[in-house]
Design a protein around this ligand. Structure first.
Ligand code: PDD
Length: 286
């Protein structure tokens, strides 16, 4: 079945869906994005993702391409046209198309909007959760505003590639003080020996993951104690469990960190419970 992408007002065959060479996203990474899970054909946590999109746009002073209601119509239509039952929908907004100049283009330049949707195999994700994933660590060399979900992802790209080349699935960024910030495309968590669920506060050092936010609720329902604080690599290596969270993977247990096993090197019960209960707490919209 042919894929369809939405680009600035038109639904186009994926292969022909292009953006202008002077789009500011292409030239300056001057744009933001969101990735939303699609489950049983429905958008998961769309409200929270669009709230975060609004925040990213306003932090960068990019105007919204349209109303939220109109955007939701396009997201759903892109999912429908691509017949995605389970997978993701991707949306990207840039500061628009203008003659190359670092300063902002004139205020009447419309932002660009691209939306794509892609199916994924829930069984493959479940298998990954069963087996657990390996993580490497790399120095956090990103800018200070990683709380904004920008398409400027070069350090993340390089970290992910390094992970792949070392046989791992994810790379955790390590701050100058030896604490873990987050993964290249996921938030990072551990379960300590005294059963506290620990993840870094969502200040400007990490992206405030939507999955992360919902997991606080799931943890509450499971009666788990959550500590929102930075943790070191050494603490992670001593942890009972570690896992990563994101819209595309939900919760994936980490079984090895820099080639060393976490606990006995198999997925743990806390990550499994959080994963199993996640969609009871996430919002779904028709
Ligand atoms: N990544 N941290 C980073 C750097 C991310 O890129 C992501 C999401 C997350 C988790 O956020 P959320 O729970 O809202 O997905 C944390 C998406 C999935 C991506 O770039 O593909």
């Amino acid at each position: 079945m042919s894929r369809i992408a939405y680009v600035n007002g038109r639904y186009l065959p994926h292969a022909d869906a292009g953006i202008h060479i002077e789009d500011r996203g292409f030239q300056f990474a001057d744009g933001v994005y969101e990735v939303c899970e699609v489950r049983d054909g429905l958008l998961v946590d769309a409200r929270r993702h669009l709230d975060r999109l609004d925040r990213s746009l306003s932090e960068l002073r990019i105007s919204a391409p349209m109303t939220r209601a109109a955007l939701l119509v396009i997201l759903r239509e892109t999912v429908r046209l691509n017949r995605v039952r389970n997978g993701i929908v991707y949306l990207q907004v840039t500061r628009g198309i203008a003659r190359r100049d670092h300063g902002f283009p004139s205020a009447d330049t419309p932002p660009s909007l691209v939306v794509t949707a892609r199916a994924s195999d829930p069984k493959a994700n479940a298998a990954k959760a069963q087996a657990g994933v390996k993580v490497i660590t790399v120095p956090d060399n990103r800018w200070e505003r990683v709380d904004i979900k920008t398409v400027g992802l070069l350090p993340n790209v390089l970290a992910k590639q390094q992970a792949r080349e070392q046989g791992a699935y994810e790379a955790w960024f390590i701050d100058e003080d030896g604490t873990v910030t987050e993964g290249a495309s996921t938030n990072a968590w551990i379960v300590t020996q005294n059963d506290a669920l620990v993840t870094r506060p969502a200040d400007t050092g990490i992206l405030r993951g939507i999955t992360r936010t919902v997991l606080f609720e799931v943890a509450g329902a499971l009666g788990l104690r959550v500590e929102e604080r930075a943790f070191t690599l050494a603490e992670a290596l001593e942890a009972k469990e570690a896992f990563i969270s994101s819209a595309s993977g939900v919760v994936l247990p980490v079984v090895a960190l820099d080639g060393r096993p976490i606990s006995s090197g198999v997925p743990g019960p806390v990550a499994a419970a959080l994963r199993a209960r996640f969609h009871e707490h996430a919002e779904t919209q028709a």
